[in-house]
Ligand binder design. Structure first.
Ligand code: NAD
Length: 244
């Protein structure tokens, strides 16, 4: 059996990944705020260190890693979105990289494509000032910037990770029916989420994202490295048919 660490394992997509890996006999080390093998807060430097050391205490080597923990645009403090979705994710990827011998997948978002890196304040370390001026859109901007920065950071690691024989990819879901999406529907961004209609006219299911992640972790994906996979019911093609 493989040993695979999964952040965000207590809910939604991460929980679907963890349970589906366990169902095929793998050992999962879940990392989350609660209900996990390793309980740690990825929004803070100390919590990130605790997450990495907690995983390594349970297994010195990992066959796989899924970085899924994240918060949605609706949370009250937009800097929290950047800290968890971007800095927390990267700290876990980099912290566990030396122990990895298989593959890793980071859960980004279709929102990663809605910002260009050159226009992303995170690229200049200026996101706090930019968010202070963003008003009611701060949560959405922070979410898009955090996921854009995560995807860029993954792509920037292809040489180092490839040389070590460890594959690293992102999945970029559209709207997936999880507690995070439900919380967004109940927030002031509810109408914007409801109006986002994919050509496949329903929300994705966590198990549909989990099956792509399992494929990317496994031996059949041996030449896939540094790629981002949209899994969005066709929304990206609908919105930007000529850009890819
Ligand atoms: P979810 O809320 O069901 O699960 C997220 C998990 O992350 C929770 O268990 C939560 O406790 C954990 N988490 C949050 N903050 C944390 C912290 N500081 N430290 C440790 N763990 C923390 O949400 P989900 O929809 O399953 O989201 C999983 C990932 O998928 C996120 O990165 C999210 O941005 C991404 N995503 C979701 C959607 C969607 O529509 N649901 C779309 C695109 C991307």
């Amino acid at each position: 059996a493989d040993v695979i660490a999964v952040t965000g394992s207590a809910s939604g997509i991460g929980a679907a990944v963890a349970s589906s890996l366990r169902a095929i006999g793998h050992e999962v080390i879940g990392v989350d705020l609660r209900d996990a093998e390793v309980c740690a807060d990825l929004s803070a430097v100390d919590g990130r260190k605790a997450a990495v050391s907690g995983v390594l205490e349970r297994s010195g080597e990992l066959d796989g890693l899924v970085v899924c923990a994240g918060v949605g645009p609706h949370v009250p403090d937009p800097m929290m979105i950047v800290e968890v979705n971007y800095r927390g994710a990267i700290a876990v990827l980099d912290g566990l990289f030396p122990a990895l011998r298989g593959a890793a997948v980071a859960v980004s978002s279709s929102a990663s494509t809605m910002t260009k890196w050159a226009e992303n304040p995170i690229s200049r370390g200026e996101e706090a000032a930019a968010l202070a001026e963003a008003g009611q859109y701060a949560g959405h901007l922070a979410y898009s910037w955090s996921k854009n920065a995560l995807t860029v950071a993954v792509r920037q690691r292809v040489s180092q990770w490839g040389a070590a024989g460890v594959r690293l990819n992102t999945v970029a879901p559209g709207a997936v029916d999880t507690p995070l999406l439900q919380a967004g529907l109940g927030s002031r961004f509810g109408d914007a989420i409801r109006n986002y209609r994919a050509p496949i006219s329903r929300h994705g299911r966590p198990d549909e994202i989990a099956s792509l992640i399992r494929y990317l972790l496994g031996p059949d994906a041996g030449y896939i490295h540094g790629a981002q996979f949209l899994i969005d019911g066709g929304s990206d093609a609908l919105l930007r048919p000529t850009e890819f």
